[in-house]
Design a protein around this ligand. Structure first.
Ligand code: PLP
Length: 383
């Protein structure tokens, strides 16, 4: 991409940032470079040893995501979990304390409660933005949040936490998977590092597992040192698929946003529904925060059926919307957190976390909104 002083918009960056034209043929797409061995010594590619996370196809993703998230650099991984684990272990050491949001993605929660303490790293949890200052300890090194969160779509005040981190010299990290860089740019709000499970919206077609960290050049250099030793990199073909998905990210996210708003309003007016969790609804507890820091409210929502015994009827009668875990793909998916992501909690723990048995999470796809409304409307007609 040729440079100029004009700042390109996200929709354009999705398509052009980082993408390499094919130097051999002039083709418009990045070639897939499969070599795991490169001529040495060769000043042109003296750095290329694939284990070092620096292959040409990885660099395409890194540049695209750094541009989209307004960070200096990025590093792509073989999964969201590889990105999260490598970042945490590259920053934390025995004796440190790290502060996490209480409603974390399940895998992250397991990592934080099982693996970090085994390495002598103290962890504790906060529920709301205002609890963080009092939870800091002299040895706190890192604050980690997700916004919007799973499955209640709670949002934390990113600018406030970024400022707290800066004042106290604490690294601030956010998992931006649900929002995507199209709807929210935490680095622009002062956060130090952004993580994505690229498996979800970034790739968007439910056919690649990948993760990415975007941050300053210094933090990415430190991360690359750890990543080189821990492994967990993404291969060239998957990089190419992810690049292809990223080119339509902005278009897809616009449609996810629009469809989710339609469905949120539909569920809110449905007599069988007790409540709807969508940050775009004015009655969502964090709507004001979300409206301040997001450009769109995303494609994820959840709602509670008044009578949880209607769940099986709902699931069996949906024709378009598929019951499945995961999220962020072009197709709409539905899941029941109490039976899936949160099934290992006791009923008391679930109650405390606000996950009741009638809660349904929807990853709203980019089908025609009318078809989605019709599918839900029919499936819920006898609830
Ligand atoms: C899926 C997910 C992850 C884990 O990503 P993988 O690519 O599945 O390893 C982390 N955070 C959030 C918010 C997720 O939805």
């Amino acid at each position: 991409m040729k440079t100029s002083s004009h700042r390109l918009h996200p929709t354009t960056l999705c398509i052009h940032a980082g993408t390499r034209l094919d130097p051999a043929t002039g083709g418009a797409c990045s070639p897939i470079y499969t070599s795991t061995a490169y001529a040495f010594p060769n000043p042109a590619n003296a750095n290329i040893y694939p284990r070092y996370f620096n292959t040409p196809n990885q660099q395409v993703i890194n540049r695209k995501l750094a541009a989209l998230e307004q960070g200096e650099e990025a590093l792509v991984f073989g999964s969201g979990m590889a990105a999260i684990a490598t970042l945490l272990f590259s920053q934390l050491k025995t004796g440190d304390h790290a502060l996490f949001q209480s409603d974390l993605y399940g895998g992250t929660h397991q990592l934080v409660t099982k693996e970090l303490p085994r390495h002598g790293i103290e962890v504790s949890f906060c529920r709301a933005t205002m609890e963080y200052p009092a939870a800091l300890r002299p040895n706190t090194r890192l604050i980690y949040v997700e916004s919007p969160s799973n499955p209640l779509l709670r949002c934390v005040d990113l600018a406030a936490l970024a400022q707290l981190g800066r004042e106290r010299g604490i690294l601030t990290v956010v998992d931006n998977t649900f929002a995507t860089p199209i709807n929210q740019n935490p680095i622009a709000l002062g956060f130090d590092a952004v993580i994505h499970s690229a498996t979800k919206y970034l790739n968007g077609h439910s056919d690649v597992n990948a993760g990415v960290v975007i941050s300053s050049a210094a933090i990415i250099r430190r991360l690359t040192d750890s990543a080189t030793l821990y492994g967990g990199m993404l291969d060239a073909h998957a990089c190419y698929q992810l690049e292809r998905g990223l080119k339509t990210l902005a278009l897809r996210v616009r449609q996810h946003n629009e469809n989710a708003e339609h469905l949120a309003r539909f569920f809110q007016s449905h007599p069988a529904v007790a409540r709807v969790n969508y940050p775009g609804l004015p009655n969502h507890p964090d709507h004001a925060i979300a409206a301040r820091q997001m450009r769109g409210f995303g494609g994820m929502l959840s709602f509670e059926l008044k009578d949880p015994t209607g769940l099986d009827c709902l699931l069996s009668r949906l024709r378009l919307v598929m019951p499945a875990l995961s999220l962020g793909g072009v197709e709409s998916l539905i899941c029941i957190p109490s039976r899936t992501s949160h099934r290992l909690m006791t009923p008391d723990e679930r109650q405390h976390a606000g996950i009741n048995d009638g809660l349904v999470r929807v990853s709203v796809g980019i089908e025609d909104a009318e078809d989605l409304l019709q599918d839900f409307s029919e499936a819920m007609s006898e609830l």
